[in-house]
Every structure is written in C-alpha cells, then in structure tokens.
Design a protein around this ligand. Sequence first.
Ligand code: GDD
Ligand code: MG
Length: 342
Amino acid sequence: MEAIILAGGFGTRLRPLTYTRAKALLPILNKPMIHYLINMLPKEVDKVILAVNYRKDQIEEYLKNNNFGKEIIVNDEPEPLGTGGAVKFAEKHVTGSFLVLNADIICSLNLDNMIDFHEKKNAVSTISLWRVENVSEFGVVDMKDDGNVIGFVEKPKPEDAPSDLINAGAYFLEPKVLDYIETGRLVSMEKEIFPQIITDTEKFFGFEFKGYWIDVGRIQSYIDANKLLLKNQKLKYYEGNDCEIDGELSKSSIGSNVFIGNNANLGSTIVFDNVKIGKNVVLNNCVIGENCRIGDHSNLKNSVVGDNEIVIEKTVLDNKMVWDQPVPHGYPKKQIGNVIGE
Ligand code: GDD
Ligand code: MG
C-alpha cells in the first residue's frame, strides 16, 4: 500500500525558520517532523511517496541517511501544484487504495483503525476528524451521525462553519478519487476535490479520533507540539548530543552542540543545533535557529530567531522575528499552500 505525504508547502507561517529549511524537517525533540509521520504509517504501507518542491534536496538528503524500512520515493513537482495537484502528480506510483497525509501534523490517530472504518463503510474517501473550538483555520465538515460527510468547507468564517469537526489532514482514498483531479494544474484537494466527491459519490466519510492532534503550521503550534511530545515522554526537557548546560531548562528542547551559559533560563523554548546562549539569558516561548548566538543578559519572549543570526548582549525582545539576511529568492510574500489562488 502507498502513502503520499504532502510536504511541498513553503511553510510561510513558520518563517524565518522556513527561509532556510523545509517545514517537514523542523525538529521536534531533535527529530524532523517527517520522522514522526513516517513512523505512524501502518505496517502494510510499503511505499511512501513524498510530494515535495520547496527545499526538496534537504528532504532527499535526510531520507538518504535514515532508513525507515519502506521504499521512499521523492516525487518532485516542477512547481507547487497544490494539495490536489500533488496527489495527482503521484498517481504513477499508486497501485490501489492509498493514504494521504499532510506533513505538518503531530497526532495520535491510528491509521489502521481509520482504514478498517473505511472498508466497513465501503467508502470512496475517508478523512480523519478532530474537534476544535475555533474552526476558522481549517477544513470543516458537515456530517451525519453515521459518519457520512455531506459538506466540506475550507477555512470558513465562524458563522458559516457547519460544525466543530475539522479535517485533521489524513485521508484514505480509493484510486477513483484521482480521476477527479486534473493533471498539471494547481488544484486544492480541500476546495475543489472533496466537495465534488461528496456530491458525486455520497460515499465520503469522516473518522473522528481522540487523544492529541496539532497542526504545526505556526510558531506557537510548533512550540506546543514540542511541549506535547515532551509531556507524552514524561521529560522535563530534551537535549541532543554534546551539549553543555549551565542554566535551567523546562518544557524545552535543544539540539546537538548547544552551549547554555551560567544562570540562563529557558522555558517552552526550542533551540536548534550549534547554538551558544550566553549567561543570564532568559528565553520564554521562543525558537532559536541553527548556528545562532544569543548575547549575555538578553531577554527574549514569544520570539523566533532565524538560522545564523547573532543577537547582541542585553537585547530585549517580545513577540519579534529576528532575520537580518535576505529573503531567499522565490519565497512567497504570503501564504499559498492549499489556499493558492485567493
Ligand atoms: N507537494 C505539495 N505541493 N505539498 C503542498 C502544497 C503543494 O503545492 N501546498 C501545500 N502542501 C502541503 C503542506 O506542506 C502541508 O503539509 C499540507 O500540504 C497542507 O498544507 P497547509 O498549507 O499546511 O494547509 P493548512 O494547514 O492551511 O490546512 C490544511 O490542513 C488542515 C489541518 O492541519 C487543510 O487540509 C485543512 O483542511 C486542514 O484542516
Ligand atoms: Mg498545515
């Protein structure tokens, strides 16, 4: 069985971290997000198709150096084709019913159970569902009690949302879904294909699950995902290899080769590899990119520092993004992803 992982977005809401790396490679407890995705796949998935474009070389490099016991195909789109276009572009590798996963979810969904549900319902499409309070950033379903989905609306205004059940970003699809997607053009699965399948087949089902779920789409949800996995593993903090810690850490994770100075204090913070944090530094709810230096006596709150930046001593920041380098050529000014075309 094949699984397509949609890992081609720019991750604009995670800049400046995504100026220099693919979103799917952002570390959580020092492992790239894609590691968690591939590990949640059922045993029967023997082929993983990674739908990529932006920073695909980095993804390829990571997969070359890590063995997941499955065949991995890096399917490089010539240009971003949207969530639907990327699935269509993977068609040549699909041999039967298949899984599709957004690459930015961290969750407790059991895909085997979702596949069983799909088969019992004789569904054409089954999507995983998660209940939230604020649905406006997600796809929302209108669903009957037996799980039959009769409506899907992407990022509705709160007053237009049919329910509080959102698309959790994992689907099990019959191959005939591919016939609904036009070749070689930008297509949104959520805006165009799902509503069409609902109307045409009446065999579109929703599978709600409980436990945990986070869309790592923003800096805050990225920090939250890191905290959640720390909590699940009952860890106060996580550290990579060759670190020297002279300060205090809680609900934080640091990469490899990180130096933390005397009396520094890190709470709810993620630090990438090769970082030096000076003495008496306070970091609260921050992300610090690779190869950064944070000067002594600095105090950063709710802020993100991109790779290779130097924050001079005694800097005070709240709710700031630190990026003094040029924005990479071709990086979009606003979010595109599945909402391309707006
Ligand atoms: N290959 C490829 N090509 N992948 C893409 C493209 C593309 O053109 N555009 C987006 N992706 C990937 C992203 O990398 C991400 O893993 C996934 O598709 C979804 O795109 P996002 O940009 O993260 O969408 P979203 O978070 O706003 O909304 C989606 O996820 C929500 C749940 O997390 C939708 O599927 C919503 O309906 C859903 O509720
Ligand atoms: Mg997302």
